[in-house]
Design a protein around this ligand. Structure first.
Ligand SMILES: Cc1ncc(COP(=O)(O)O)c(C=O)c1O
Length: 360
């Protein structure tokens, strides 16, 4: 019998589902425009200065980029008042997550996370050959940190806290997080994935960098993809203890934070005031949409992110299909719920109208 060319254990792995292309859908439906509320992007285009910085970097594209990503790491280190050797960057925070898992876990090791959470976690963990341990979300769709702490075994190398959680938007409060970081053994990495940190307004939701960043086993993952509007350019970063950041940098694919991305992220940081202005629009849309959509789906949990979770069980796929038939792309998780990202106020109005039609 011949050996399979690729690993047989990957057959059981679900593929990552990217959001559908709105231009394709619009063409299919004969609409002038379809809207994508499926990937938690922000709808405003690039921040000022980014396109020019990318063009300038691209003009030198025949040269390799700075492999150490020093200028960007220094800018991040200054911003967060940490040493530069504590910062690592990657081709999106999802790639950095993979590098962290690679740096800390191997076959037979366990990586523990709440479920449902970010769909890349099981894919990355299996890719490295480690074992996923999933602790079910609470009935309110959040992390059960006590159960997560209790599920740690001698094989656990990493626990992940996604705060706010994708796709449910829920967040972990300070008291629960304080108790959790104290409960996790010091030889287990705590990865706090804060992809949506810039949208957090609840003062009870801790900033992991500020509040736990000095603990040697805490890794804080952030991204330029969401509030900073660079999803297509792929820039993520982490702050960790120097030894951990160094181990991560060792396993990073060389040059994967490319020259255009380094320039784009630096330019985006310069446009910080504008980023905050845009994030504030998403935050006010969050309040408005929560009220409007709860009139249709009362069990929507509070969100601290730029999306809402509609836990509508068996209605999930029919609802997503209904939205798509009206030119609105949302992200269904069959049998569980729909994640809807916030667009412009006009796009959100259109989504509420489409949802009202379905639930009427
Ligand atoms: C919780 C969470 N972490 C990480 C990511 C990945 O972001 P990036 O685009 O930086 O890879 C996402 C993207 O959806 C996310 O929701």
């Amino acid at each position: 019998m011949s050996r399979p060319l690729t690993r047989a254990d990957l057959d059981a792995l679900p593929s990552y589902v990217p959001g559908r292309n709105p231009a394709d859908l619009a063409r299919e439906l004969g609409l002038t425009e379809a809207i994508k509320l499926a990937s938690n992007e922000v709808p405003f285009g690039l921040l000022p200065g980014v396109a020019e910085a990318v063009a300038e970097a691209a003009a030198q594209g025949h040269r390799y980029p700075d492999m150490g990503v020093l200028a960007l790491r220094e800018a991040l280190a200054e911003r967060f008042k940490v040493d530069v050797d504590r910062v690592a960057t990657g081709c999106g925070s999802v790639a950095l997550f993979e590098h962290v898992v690679k740096a800390a876990a191997t076959r037979g090791d366990e990586v523990l996370y709440s479920w449902r959470s970010f769909e890349a976690y099981p894919i990355v963990v299996a890719g490295v050959g480690a074992t996923s341990v999933r602790v079910p979300n609470t009935p309110g769709h959040g992390h059960d940190l006590e159960a997560m702490a209790a599920a740690i075994t001698p094989k656990t190398r990493i626990v992940v806290v996604c705060n706010p959680n994708n796709p449910t938007g829920t967040s972990v409060g300070r008291a629960a997080m304080d108790a959790f970081v104290d409960a996790v053994p010091s030889d287990v990495l705590i990865v706090v994935d804060e992809a949506y940190r810039e949208f957090v307004t609840d003062p009870d939701v801790p900033d992991a960098l500020e509040e736990y960043g000095d603990r040697p086993n805490v890794v804080v993952l952030r991204t330029f993809s969401k509030a900073w509007g660079l999803a297509g350019l792929r820039a993520g970063y982490l702050v960790a203890a120097p030894e951990v950041a160094d181990a991560v940098r060792k396993v990073v694919t060389p040059f994967s934070t490319n020259a255009c991305v380094q320039a784009a992220a630096l330019a985006a940081l310069e446009a910080d005031v504008e980023m905050r202005r845009r994030a504030a629009i998403m935050i006010s849309e969050r309040d408005r949409l929560t009220t409007a959509l709860r009139a249709l789906v009362p069990q929507i949990p509070d969100s601290q992110s730029n999306f809402l979770w509609l836990p509508i069980g068996e209605q999930t796929v029919p609802f997503a299909k209904h939205c798509e038939s009206r030119g609105v792309i949302v992200r269904p998780f069959a049998g569980e719920g729909v994640r809807a990202s916030f667009g412009t106020p006009e796009q959100n109005d259109r989504f509420v109208a489409v949802a009202s039609e379905f639930f009427a």
